[in-house]
Design a protein around this ligand. Structure first.
Ligand code: FES
Length: 359
């Protein structure tokens, strides 16, 4: 059946007339804009689709597109619901994938379905309801004449009209709904960043009365165990490798202890916070957190092997060289009733890299 035989009441749009007008107008503009007359390559005659000639078929396509956009919205809702339904550590068996995380599987499937349905809906819309009339046009000079710009705007308006986005409100509304809801998936993904650290980065396991445990022998330290010239590493009493958060806690609480002649200690607070010349400092470099391990007993300097930041342990562990931003935090220590070295509180400032705490 040709378009000339279509009863007028069955034409869903006045699009054929518009296409013809657009095609002729495009040719005329090309002839005006180019140096050579435009030679039409002779496109085959347009064959109308079933949706072009039967409004009921067009309505079926419209419903199919709306169904896909609606399915996309439901998939996005399911994506968000997955975060509530599935615990992070739930594993399920899914053939043929084997054992997989239920949460990851559900997130992947629902997000994939939401995006696929938007794409499939858009493709089906374009293939069945938007204009499929081919138009040949000449290549123009790159800089457009004002009349060409006006033509582009007119074509754009025609395209919007031909897409029937204004007339087919069901498609338009469901498409906007689907597009608006998909970004919500990104909002709930923020949950994967984990809980806020709150005070965790500011606190360590050190507290008043915690014994200093030698990290090599696992025995509590006595003052006489710390001799001049040695570098001793310590951790808080009660921190054992079986602790589920051992690595995080030891990374914050690791301590280095040296003995300095009290008269060599230049910083007044350092002297007050020490015990008989024994000073305890965080072992974690304030640059980017490497463990400090090199001690030079003549100068009381400690060196971070990563980027050579050097700290003076006889002068409040201030930075004397390298990229570290501030001194190592000192732990106030004393001796308990049994004669063991003990902490007199937690560090008074955060340990480790300084960049996150300095605004
Ligand atoms: S981490 Fe210590 S100097 Fe860079």
């Amino acid at each position: 059946m040709s378009s000339q035989e279509i009863p007028e009441e069955n034409l869903p749009l006045e699009q054929d007339a518009a296409h013809d007008a657009a095609g002729h107008e495009g040719t005329a503009v090309a002839e005006r804009a180019g140096d050579e007359p435009f030679a039409d390559p002779g496109l085959p005659a347009h064959k109308p689709r079933i949706q072009d000639i039967d409004e009921r078929a067009a309505r079926r396509s419209e419903r199919a597109v709306a169904f896909m956009f609606t399915l996309s919205m439901l998939a996005t809702v399911a994506f968000i619901a997955s975060f509530v339904i599935f615990p992070v550590d739930k594993i399920v068996y899914i053939w043929p994938l084997g054992h997989v995380s239920a949460l990851n599987f559900s997130l992947g499937m629902t997000l994939g379905l939401a995006l696929f349905c938007i794409g499939a809906g858009a493709v089906h819309w374009a293939r069945t309801l938007m204009s499929d009339v081919e138009v040949a046009d000449d290549r123009h000079a790159i800089s457009a004449e004002p009349e060409v710009k006006a033509k582009v705007l007119a074509d754009f308006a025609d395209g919007a009209k031909e897409s029937a986005i204004g007339r087919r409100k069901l498609i338009r509304n469901t498409m906007f709904g689907a597009l608006a809801m998909v970004p919500l998936s990104g909002v709930v993904l923020l949950r994967d960043l984990g809980p806020l650290p709150e005070e965790k980065l500011r606190k360590t396991l050190w507290a008043k009365g915690k014994k200093l445990i030698n990290m090599n022998t696992n025995e509590p330290l006595r003052p006489e165990d710390v001799v001049v010239g040695s570098l001793t590493f310590a951790m808080p009493d009660g921190l054992e490798e079986s602790n589920h958060d051992f690595n995080n806690e030891i990374a914050k609480a690791a301590l280095m202890i040296v003995r300095i002649q009290p008269e060599d200690i230049k910083d007044k607070q350092e002297l007050e916070w020490s015990h008989d010349g024994i000073v305890a400092y965080s072992k974690i470099c304030t640059h980017v957190g490497c463990p400090i391990s090199l001690y030079e007993q003549q100068t009381h300097h400690v060196l971070c092997p990563c980027h050579q930041s050097t700290f003076d342990l006889s002068d409040g562990a201030r930075v004397i060289f390298g990229p570290a931003g501030h001194a190592l935090p000192q732990l106030r220590i004393g001796v308990d009733d049994e004669g063991f070295l003990e902490a007199l509180g937690d560090f008074e400032e955060p340990v480790g890299p300084a960049f996150w705490e300095r605004g």
